[in-house]
Design a protein around this ligand. Structure first.
Ligand SMILES: *[C@@H]1O[C@H](CO)[C@@H](O)[C@H](O)[C@H]1NC(C)=O
Ligand SMILES: *[C@@H]1O[C@H](CO)[C@@H](O)[C@H](O)[C@H]1NC(C)=O
Ligand SMILES: *[C@@H]1O[C@H](CO)[C@@H](O)[C@H](O)[C@H]1NC(C)=O
Length: 465
């Protein structure tokens, strides 16, 4: 048996060496390819002349195309999809560049095309050349609003409790005084004013606002109970006042910057920001198809606001940036594109008005693509592998992808050497508020006074009649 196998094998080898010569598969040599592409900075920059036809191109993908064309001796020209889309399955048919490949109008899609299972059923992807997460451009965090600084040291519940303690303390001392005055009048020497509730309250208020000059409510030799409440309040106030002033100082002098949102979860519940995304993009389909969770909520927000599904004009960084600068949107796109936009924003204004969301969303592999069963695929794959091995892709990425200044330097604020008017504005505002209320009360009291006077006059006159 073994001998037969050996014999057969020898025969195969002998005939093989005789007939086999490795045929040099070179489908690309001398060909002219029609290449679909779309402007996607920094992977692809397309420049048009005044007539709107493509004049020249640049970017990582364009460098790759030039290298492939030189290596495999082919020529090419770029065409753009009429609808501007990359390709999504809408209403039972494909659109964008994928549709062009399906209709066999083009030989190659050369841009940063995200590989998806649905697309892979109608076109063939090359090996991937980049890995690009999705992210979102969001408004840069601004310094805290100093208006709120004066109330910020305590949570609302704490404030409420402090005010409540003030009132209840005042109520208890007031009741004690009333009782002692009524049932043990010989022991009462607290004065007439201490029998007023507001007089008691002003004592508590004076302590917590560090105003000296009010004496402890006392009622004579038997009033230790009221003195103890007052003493307790004094000690408690020390804690409140010192904590408050310490926190206030740190809030004002070391501002902290909080990004509006850090993740998609934050976005789905955010009241400040709305999701916007490029129409017919892969991530949009994911969101719109979701049936539960965060993606479903985001999908609902897109369905409610169809204008947040951006047309392909928004592939233009300037137009994209303009919308991002309105400060109302979290604009989801490929991170490389967003970094490019961020760099552009910084060059234009010199400030960080927009930044990137901290969370990276799905990471996609990006490839070029050819028609289904295209004979060019093997050669282009081989070209990609050679480029990667030569380090050419790293080189191009270093050249075209720049990490923006405004990304991720938001965690710490810088201590201020001096306080500005803005820092203290809330205090002045409080004073103005106080004056306003005082004037208002003055007016009300006057109205009340004159109304009563006239009223009394009338009663007097009726009595006289
Ligand atoms: C490259 O392609 C051109 C046609 O575009 C052809 O004339 C030339 O012979 C090719 N060169 C090689 C080395 O095959
Ligand atoms: C634009 O089109 C006109 C007419 O078709 C032509 O004469 C002109 O040269 C074109 N301009 C450019 C920059 O190609
Ligand atoms: C899909 O088809 C429906 C009905 O045929 C139409 O109303 C809708 O506008 C189409 N949607 C798109 C995106 O073309």
């Amino acid at each position: 048996m073994f001998a037969v196998w050996a014999l057969l094998l020898t025969a195969v080898i002998i005939t093989g060496t005789a007939d086999f010569s490795f045929e040099k598969i070179d489908y690309l040599n001398g060909k002219h390819l029609i290449v679909a592409t779309a402007d996607l900075n920094p992977y692809m920059y397309i420049y048009h002349d005044s007539n709107g036809t493509i004049d020249h191109a640049d970017g990582i993908v364009h460098e790759m195309m030039l290298w492939l064309a030189r290596k495999y001796n082919f020529t090419f020209h770029y065409v753009e999809p009429p609808d501007g889309y990359f390709g999504a399955f809408v209403n039972g048919s494909w659109n964008g560049m994928v549709a062009m490949a399906v209709r066999k109008e083009i030989d190659l899609i050369a841009t940063q095309l995200t590989t998806t299972y649905a697309r892979s059923k109608v076109i063939d992807f090359t090996t991937s050349f980049s890995k690009d997460p999705m992210s979102a451009v969001i408004p840069a965090p601004r310094e805290d609003n100093f208006m709120s600084a004066i109330v910020k040291p305590f949570q609302p519940g704490v404030w409420a409790l402090i005010i409540f303690s003030m009132f209840s303390g005042a109520t208890v001392t007031w009741i004690f005084m009333k009782l002692i005055h009524k049932y043990m009048p010989e022991y009462y020497n607290g004065g007439i004013s201490n029998l007023q509730f507001w007089e008691n309250f002003m004592y508590y208020f004076g302590i917590i606002s560090s105003q000296a000059g009010r004496t402890m409510p006392s009622v004579g030799p038997l009033g230790h109970a009221t003195r103890m409440i007052a003493a307790g309040w004094c000690l408690t106030s020390v804690v409140f006042v010192y904590l408050y002033s310490g926190c206030l100082t740190s809030f004002i002098t070391i501002p902290k910057l909080y990004p509006l949102i850090e993740s998609l979860d934050d976005l789905s519940t955010s009241v400040d920001l709305e999701l916007t995304i490029l129409k017919n993009s892969v991530f949009e389909s994911m969101i719109l198809e979701a049936v539960s969770g965060t993606y479903k909520m985001l999908g609902d927000s897109l369905r409610n606001k169809p204008e947040n599904r951006l047309p392909s004009d928004y592939l233009e960084p300037e137009i994209f940036l303009k919308k991002a600068l309105t400060g109302r949107f979290a604009m989801v796109d490929q991170k490389s594109f967003l970094e490019y936009v961020l760099n552009k924003a910084y060059t234009i204004s010199g400030k960080c008005e927009v930044t990137l969301m901290k969370q990276e969303i799905v990471t996609s592999l990006d490839s070029m693509a050819v028609q289904k069963h295209s004979q060019y695929l093997a050669q282009i794959d081989q070209g990609f592998q050679t480029m990667a091995a030569l380090g050419l892709q790293n080189y191009w990425e270093k050249r075209f992808l720049k990490r923006p200044k405004c990304e991720g330097n938001l965690d710490t604020g810088i201590a201020k050497p001096r306080l500005t008017l803005a820092n203290l504005f809330s205090a002045f505002l409080l004073l103005m508020g106080g004056m306003g209320i005082s004037c208002f009360v003055f007016v009300i009291e006057n109205i009340w006074f004159f109304y009563n006077k006239n009223g009394r006059k009338e009663t007097n006159t009726t009595l006289l009649k």
